[in-house]
Write a protein that binds this ligand. Structure first.
Ligand SMILES: Nc1ncnc2c1ncn2[C@@H]1O[C@H](COP(=O)(O)OP(=O)(O)OP(=O)(O)O)[C@@H](O)[C@H]1O
Ligand SMILES: [Mg+2]
Length: 304
């Protein structure tokens, strides 16, 4: 059984009578990457801030490495590295000196070679001796991540870390986050971009209006909605459309040249195919277009 590194139970936050978070529950195992996904204002930052103690909760419990953060805050927060909002850095110091400073503050013994390893991991070797104030946004983000991981936290928490990164930077970030999990770090990351989360995370928690809409592994989430777009390539699309309409009178059938497209669950593909064969419609191809998580996410979070 994998070890649970973070457990969030029934978290609720109210501000001035307004419910910002409503009964949020999820957990994260060792070496996993969990994506907290939601559109602007969904409650991502608030959730992360509560976990690290930057904001108080109204009710609920948070355990980090099985330690109750309310009862033993200092003990629990030792295991966490986080970037929520812009990390505080000294502009007049070099990236390297900023890291040394934070290493000292974290009260852990961190050797120079370990700092160098982290610098290499985030790809800052050439810029590390330049002053922080001369860094580009991407370089600042990288240094922030270096700072967050320098004390080898069991849990790394990142609030929208790809904001302001270029595609190459995002690609590299993905690479080193995955590298970190191999060393046993668990990562909780928030984003409003599903496409990005799909490439990085093992599990997703989708929140909207402070509530969990869905959560689970990527596979679970993609497969729960059984209906997919299916494209039949046939010799007689008109007849094929008639046959499908006969079987499913309420479904929308689209024609595209010799292709007939319909949204059905996989069980009905065989049925349609059988009917085609019976009625002498020749099928030369069947392509299932995955109902992507993106569509589901948009469906889920669409305004009423
Ligand atoms: N201190 C506060 N006082 C009042 N409302 C707040 C406060 N902090 C957050 N909120 C509200 O709580 C909701 C969730 O905010 P939060 O910042 O957690 O969302 P988010 O998912 O991080 O959004 P974004 O993608 O824009 O960063 C928003 O409606 C926000 O206006
Ligand atoms: Mg936010």
């Amino acid at each position: 059984m994998p070890r649970t590194v973070l457990e969030v139970k029934n978290l609720t936050k109210k501000i001035a009578g307004k419910t910002i978070l409503n009964d949020i529950t999820f957990s994260l195992d060792e070496g996993e990457i969990l994506g907290l996904l939601g559109k602007n204002g969904a409650g991502k930052t608030t959730t992360l801030k509560i976990i690290v103690g930057l904001v108080s909760k109204t009710s609920g419990t948070v355990y980090i490495n099985n330690i109750n953060t309310e009862k033993q805050f200092i003990e629990s927060i030792k295991h966490v590295g986080a970037i929520i909002e812009n990390p505080e850095m000294y502009g007049y110091l070099s990236g390297y000196k900023n890291l040394i400073h934070f290493a000292r503050m974290s009260n852990c013994k961190i050797s120079k070679s370990e700092i160098e390893k982290v610098v290499k991991l985030v790809g800052l070797e050439t810029a590390i001796n330049k002053k922080f104030k001369t860094y580009s946004l991407g370089m600042k983000q990288r240094l922030g991540i270096a700072q967050a991981i320098i004390h080898k936290p069991a849990l790394l928490i990142l609030d929208e870390p790809t904001n302001g990164l270029d595609p190459q930077g995002i690609y590299q970030l993905r690479g080193y986050l995955k590298e970190l999990t191999k060393q046993g770090t668990s990562i909780l990351i928030s984003s409003h971009l599903l496409s990005e989360m799909q490439l990085l995370c093992d599990k997703l928690v989708i929140i909207d209006n402070g509530k969990i809409l869905k959560s689970g592994s990527l596979d679970d989430l993609v497969n729960t909605n059984a209906e997919k777009l299916v494209e039949f390539s046939v010799n007689n699309p008109i007849k094929a459309k008639e046959i499908i309409t006969g079987l499913f009178p309420t479904k929308k059938v689209t024609l595209d040249g010799y292709n007939v497209i319909i949204k059905i669950d996989s069980d009905n593909i065989a049925l349609i195919n059988q009917e085609f064969v019976k009625n002498e419609v020749v099928v030369t191809g069947i392509v299932t277009k995955q109902n992507t998580l993106e569509e589901q996410f948009l469906d889920l979070t669409r305004e009423e």
